[in-house]
Write a protein that binds this ligand. Structure first.
Ligand code: C2O
Ligand code: CU
Length: 464
């Protein structure tokens, strides 16, 4: 693909997709500029970090000075600004996963913004409409950049949230390292064609099983984000009473205890945990998927008991997501399948050079579907239901940019009507996801197992 084609795509997208509404969005941005907050500087950096006893790992990527990318704090309904400064020798962008931002701020190269080249910067500004746990990551050469470290958690605070005695944020991810602690090849084609290639070293906040202190008998809000490129988790809490209070940033209609709750890359879980009364007692957050359960992080009771009660915890305020109108909703069929058609797809933003997957039988070329038309064109303000069907033997965390959907029904299980941006669809499952197309622009819809995303399972919808 030539640079010319890329430019043309950007132009086309601007004219056809977001040109008209760009004005409105810009006017709004202009308005915010008056009260513009000091931008958070997110500078990409190549560092060394220690994940294995044998020594430091080179070529680790992060935002900031060193260590894990910072947890970004925003406030619901208040302007946020960040300047991405690119100091690594690879073009990049930032996508604010799950936050309903204006299209121009969505961080998808060529579809909505140009690459941010080495030495350049890009200013992001938006007002998060929803409170909850979100995350940020590049949308360029993502297997490499995210695989090497560029994934951070976002907390959007709501002053009306119930009061907790402590809060902990956990960023879950793996690293593909060899015995010498250095990066090895990020993926194997035969795995990319199945579940994706797993990392070899597992971490939480770039550590092995970090421990957080929390007041005995107190209520802890544990915000957990799966920012790994491949791994699906089955969460369980042991040693304390725990309830899932939010999924993917949004409060759950009914709280439940996380008993091997399956969540995939891109998803988040907010847990309310009632610490044991006894000082020194340990609470364990584990992944029980597969044969060997793994402790991800622990909490330790400190001090004398606060004697709080999990049931006293007030509900979280719902986010202002428009209610889908099922009587008028148009249905969009979406089937996920494997493909035998091996188009050597030269994608815009980093290609793996393989096509293993397809959406509606089309193996899409990587991040942005260059000359390909959108999967569907939606009318601004109208209701839609995505009828999604998984014809593959693997699970796929399917993520929609720009809008949140409501999980309406599944062919294989009881589902709560949760609001989300990522749905982990199981093999042979059919699911209905309803939403109002209230955010104009071109929005990606893709599997968040990055090898799947990069080998056919990425598409986009257009809202005009
Ligand atoms: Cu986490 Cu295209 O997104
Ligand atoms: Cu997938």
């Amino acid at each position: 693909m030539t640079v010319l084609t890329r430019r043309r795509l950007l132009k086309t997208a601007a004219v056809a997709g977001v040109g008209g509404v760009g004005l409105a969005a810009m006017a709004r941005l202009g308005g915010w500029a008056a009260a513009a907050p000091e931008p958070v500087v997110l500078k990409t950096a190549k560092i060394q970090a220690k994940f294995m006893d044998v020594g430091e790992t080179r070529d680790v990527l992060t935002y900031g000075e060193g260590g894990m990318p910072p947890v970004l704090r925003m406030k619901k309904g208040e302007p946020f600004a960040a300047r991405l400064v690119n100091a690594i020798d690879d073009p990049t962008t930032i996508h604010w996963h799950g936050i309903r931002v204006p299209n121009k701020m969505d961080g998808v190269p060529f579809l909505v913004q140009p690459y941010v080249y080495t030495g350049d910067h890009f200013d992001y500004a938006f007002t998060p409409p929803d409170a909850g746990t979100f995350w940020y990551h590049p949308h360029c050469n993502t297997l490499e950049q995210m695989g090497h470290g560029l994934t951070g958690v976002i907390v959007v605070e709501n002053p009306n949230d119930p009061k907790f005695d402590a809060e902990a944020v956990v960023n879950l991810r793996d690293w593909r390292l060899g015995d010498d602690a250095q990066f090895i090849q990020q993926f194997r084609p035969r795995d990319a064609a199945k579940t994706g290639t797993y990392g070899t070293v597992r971490t939480a906040n770039w550590l092995d099983q970090p421990q957080f202190d929390a007041p005995a008998g107190g209520l802890v809000r544990l915000r957990v984000a799966i920012t790994d490129v491949t791994r699906i988790y089955a969460f369980r809490v042991e040693g304390a009473e725990a309830a899932v209070i939010a999924l993917d940033g949004n409060p759950v209609p009914q709280r439940f205890s996380p008993d091997a709750l399956l969540l995939g890359p891109g998803q988040r879980i907010d847990l309310a945990i009632r610490m044991p009364d006894q000082e020194g007692a340990i609470v364990n957050l584990g992944d029980v998927r597969g044969t060997k359960p793994k402790t991800l992080a622990t909490l330790r009771s400190t001090g004398s008991s606060l004697k709080r009660d999990l049931h006293d915890l007030a509900p979280l305020e719902a986010n202002p997501v428009a209610e889908v109108d099922l009587t008028s909703a148009r249905h969009i069929a979406l089937s996920l399948s494997a493909t035998a058609e091996n188009v050597p797809s030269d994608s815009i933003c980093g290609s793996l050079g393989y096509s293993f997957w397809a959406i509606n039988k089309v193996p899409w070329p990587g991040d942005t579907p260059d000359p390909t038309a959108p999967l569907a064109e939606l009318k601004l303000g109208k209701s839609y239901v995505i009828d999604m069907e998984n014809l593959t033997p693997q699970s796929h965390p399917i993520h929609l940019h720009g809008m949140s959907f409501k999980v309406l029904s599944s062919s294989t299980r009881q589902v709560q009507p949760v609001i989300s941006d990522t749905y982990l669809i199981q093999p042979n499952e059919k699911v209905q996801l309803g939403f109002v197309a209230d955010n104009p622009g071109d929005w990606l819809l893709h599997c968040h197992i990055i090898e799947h995303q990069k080998s056919g399972m990425t598409s986009y919808i257009r809202v005009v």
